[in-house]
Design a protein around this ligand. Structure first.
Ligand code: ACO
Length: 433
C-alpha cells in the first residue's frame, strides 16, 4: 500500500511518504521537505522526531511495554543474566552456549586495565565526581587500544564490546576506591560479572567481601533493566557522536557525559536526597506528599511520574519486587527505606497521583536498592552507566551497519540579528593603541 501524507503550502501540494514500523508506528518521511518546499521541521527536544530506524528496543508507554529485541522484560526476568542481555542487545539474538562462553571468557580475560592507566586516577582529586572520571577513562581506553579505533566486522565488535563492558566495571570500582583512599583490587577471574564488580568495589586487603546471592541477583536485575531504553538522551548522544565516524570509546564517553545530567541518569540520586531531606527535617511522609501536591510549591515527589510511561513503568514493577526481597533478606533498619515505603503507600492511594497517572518510576526503587547494597549515592549514576553500556554499544553498531548513514547535522530557525555592520573599536569606547 503506497500512502503519502500531503502538505499544503503557498498554494502547492507536497507529498511526504510514510514509514511504517513493525509495531504500527507511522512516521512522515520529511527528508526531501526542504529541497521540495524550502521548509524545515521544528521540534526542539526532538520529542516528535524519529531520528533513526532501530530494531533494538520497543517501548509502548501507554501500555507499559518494554521489549529488548522483541523479548518482553518479564520473560528476561526469569532468566536474569546481564551478560546474556548485553549480547542480545548488541548482536540481535540470545547467545548460543558457545557464544556465551566465548563472550564470558573474553569479559574475564580483559577485565584488568593497563597499569599505566591506573596512574591517571591519581591525577584526579579524591573528591572528583566519579562520572567525570568514568567519561575521561572510557575515552582514555582508546589510547591503550588503538587496534579498536576502526572496527568493521562482528568479530572485532565482539572483542571491543567485551573490553568495554568488562573494563567499565573495573574503572567504576577504581574511581570509588580512589575516592575512599583504598587500594585497588585486581579483578578476580574466578568470579562472574556482577560478583567481580562487588569484589573490586568492596573487598579490603584484610577482609574479603562476602558475596550474597540476593545482592548479586538484585544488582544483576538492576543492570538488565537499565540496559537500553531506545532513543533516550545518552543513547542519542552516542549515535550523534558515532554518526561522525568517531570510535566506540569516544562515543560511549560522550554517552556517560549525557547520562550525568540530573534530568537523565541523576534522578535516583534525587530520590535519596529527597528521603534524606524528609528524615533530617523531621517531616512525616504525609507532610512531604502534601508539599508535592501544592501547586504553589516547586517540590515534586521524586521517583514518581514518567514522560513516556503513563500506565506503569514495567522496570519499576520489577525493581519493587527486587527491593522488597533484598530488604527482607538484609533485614536493614535504614530509616530512609521506611520513609520510601510510606511515601509509596500514600501516593499510590492518593487521587492527585492516581488522576495524573503518576506511578513510581525505575529511579524510585533503584536508589533504594543501591543504598541497601551499600553503594554510595555519588556512584548511583555510574552504576546506571555500567547497565546502559550494552545499549550504547548496540546503537553505535546498528548505526555503523546502516547503508547510506549520514552525519547528524540538524538545522535551526535562526532568530538573531539580521545582517549588521561591524562597528569600530573607537565607537565602542576602546582607547586607541
Ligand atoms: N510529584 C508531584 N506532581 C507531579 C509529579 C511528581 N513527581 N510529576 C508530575 N506531577 C504533576 C505536575 O505538577 C502536573 O500537574 P498539573 O497537571 O496539575 O499541572 C502533572 O503531574 C503532569 O506533570 P508534567 O510535568 O507535565 O509531566 P511530564 O510527563 O512532563 O514529566 C517527569 C515527567 C519529568 C518524570 C515528572 O513526573 C517528574 O518531574 N517526576 C519527578 C522526577 C523523576 O522522578 N524523574 C525521573 C524520571 S524516570 C527517568 O528519567 C529514568
Amino acid at each position: 500500500m503506497s500512502e503519502n501524507a500531503k502538505l499544503h503550502y503557498q498554494g502547492k501540494e507536497f507529498e511526504l511518504p510514510l514509514i511504517h514500523g513493525t509495531e504500527d508506528e507511522v512516521a512522515i518521511d520529511i527528508r526531501s521537505l526542504r529541497n521540495d518546499s524550502g521548509l524545515i521541521a521544528f521540534d526542539p527536544g526532538l520529542g516528535n522526531t524519529g531520528s533513526c530506524k532501530s530494531k533494538i528496543t520497543f517501548i509502548d508507554g501507554e501500555k507499559g511495554v518494554l521489549r529488548y529485541r522483541g523479548i518482553p522484560l518479564e520473560a528476561i526476568e526469569s532468566h536474569p543474566n546481564f551478560v546474556e542481555v548485553a549480547w542480545l542487545l548488541i548482536f540481535g539474538s540470545l547467545p548460543t552456549r558457545a557464544e556465551y562462553q566465548r563472550f564470558s571468557r573474553s569479559l574475564t580475560d580483559t577485565a584488568n586495565i593497563d597499569e599505566d592507566m591506573k596512574h591517571h586516577f591519581t591525577g584526579f582529586p579524591r573528591s572528583a565526581p566519579p562520572m567525570a572520571e568514568l567519561s575521561a577513562m572510557l575515552s582514555t581506553l582508546s589510547c591503550f587500544h588503538p587496534e579498536f579505533l576502526e572496527v568493521e566486522d562482528p568479530c572485532e565488535v565482539e572483542q571491543v564490546a567485551a573490553r568495554l563492558i568488562s573494563k567499565v566495571r573495573t574503572l567504576a570500582a577504581y574511581a570509588y576506591r580512589r575516592s575512599r583512599g583504598l587500594p585497588y583490587n585486581y579483578p578476580d577471574p574466578s568470579l562472574p560479572y556482577v560478583a567481580n564488580f562487588l569484589h573490586m568495589m568492596f573487598s579490603k586487603p584484610y577482609q574479603q567481601y562476602i558475596l550474597d546471592d540476593e545482592v548479586m541477583s538484585a544488582l544483576n536485575m538492576l543492570l538488565i533493566l537499565h540496559a537500553d531504553h531506545e532513543q533516550n538522551c545518552s543513547t542519542s548522544t552516542v549515535r550523534m557522536v558515532g554518526s561522525s565516524g568517531a570510535n566506540l570509546f569516544a562515543s560511549c564517553a560522550a554517552g556517560v557525559s549525557a547520562l550525568w545530567g540530573p534530568l537523565h541518569g541523576g534522578a535516583n540520586v534525587a530520590v535519596i536526597e529527597m528521603l534524606e531531606a524528609i528524615h533530617k527535617g523531621n517531616m512525616t511522609a504525609e507532610q512531604y506528599v502534601a508539599l508535592a501536591k501544592d501547586k504553589d510549591n516547586p517540590v515534586r515527589l521524586m521517583g514518581f511520574g514518567h514522560r513516556v510511561y503513563k500506565n506503569f513503568d514495567p522496570r519499576a514493577t520489577m525493581l519493587r519486587e527486587v527491593s522488597e526481597k533484598l530488604i527482607k533478606k538484609m533485614g536493614t533498619n535504614d530509616p530512609l527505606l521506611s520513609i520510601a515505603r510510606r511515601l509509596e503507600e500514600i501516593a499510590l492511594n492518593d487521587s492527585y497521583f492516581i488522576d495524573r497517572q503518576l506511578y513510581p518510576n525505575v529511579d524510585f526503587y533503584s536508589g533504594i536498592i543501591l543504598r541497601a547494597i551499600g553503594i554510595p549515592t555519588n556512584m548511583f549514576t555510574v552504576i546506571f552507566a555500567i547497565g546502559r553500556l550494552p545499549g550504547w554499544i548496540a546503537h553505535w553498531y546498528e548505526q555503523k551497519q546502516e547503508t547510506g548513514g549520514r552525519i547528524w547535522r540538524p538545522r535551526q530557525v535562526y532568530t538573531g540579528n539580521t545582517r549588521s555592520s561591524y562597528s569600530s573599536r573607537a565607537s565602542r569606547g576602546w582607547e586607541e593603541v
